[in-house]
Design a protein around this ligand. Sequence first.
Ligand code: AMP
Ligand code: MN
Ligand code: MN
Length: 323
Amino acid sequence: MEALRAGQRFVLAGHVKPDGDCIGAQAALAGTLAALGKQVWIYNPDPPEPQFDYLTREFRFRTFDGGALPEHDWTVLLDISELSRCGPLEPVLRAANSRKMVIDHHVHVGPPWWDEAFVDVDCAASGLLVRRIARALGVELDRASALGVFTSLVTDTGWFKYSNTDAETLATAAELLELGLEPARIYGSIYQRQSAELPLALARGLSRLRYHAERRLAVIDLPRAAPGESELVDSDLLLDILRSVEAVEVVLFLREAQAGTCKLSARSKTDYDVQRLAGRFGGGGHRKAAGATIQGSLSEVRERVVAAALEGFSTPAASGGRA
Ligand code: AMP
Ligand code: MN
Ligand code: MN
């Protein structure tokens, strides 16, 4: 905490394809540090998705496209604990003579490498860690910072559906509403402004569904969109539909991102640990939600990932769609 009080210039860095939790946590910390009179720059390897425009109107999110970073005392990594997930920012952050802080809720593999950390793998969202930090610093959240924390909470808990939703999550959400946030408006901004092609992209994805292990495992492998088709970038809708099947315990969504590169999203409804599975392919995440970027053709990657996933089913099927 002393580091945040003593530092003057902060670069807040996020992961490739920053999600709602990552940019929400950055927004909330930027607002908190600005309230303490600090200089703050938010940098990501990729821009926030357009559905988060209500946040990008409040805070400046810079996309790192080479060149130099401003002189700064502290680099703060949010929603990641590895510089290797910062894409093109990695070498510049490594070379910077700033000290490094990590604010994260992912399982970290390997020895700690940072100067300072706020890591809690049981915390629902990185934005919730920032809420704790703001409180410890005695900073009242303003509306814009509150929007950041709320975005983190709702995107990482699947709008309070997933097992990481706890009393602190809901109590914090209630506090944020007291500050004037309107959940239905935020829901509409994030989830109800998709393109007319989205349902068709979903249908294309669903047509690739295959079950394994007596339907305990559901797998979709999606090749790159053909010309004229739209890419299914946000996979959460698809993952939700697959998880709705009673027999299904584990869901794997494999998407060919570029020729020879596939992105895995894995979700679990039971004790099955998808973070371990993703870890076998160089990825990571949480026990119930994890991902990895895997080199190889879609069919070859699919075969390897399904084989590895099936090895994890050593226990009998969970009864009655247990959560
Ligand atoms: P996603 O399936 O992309 O929504 O990611 C689910 C979780 O896995 C998130 O908490 C991510 O931070 C984590 N994750 C996704 N991709 C990777 C990766 N390539 N390496 C490490 N963690 C990842
Ligand atoms: Mn994230
Ligand atoms: Mn997160």
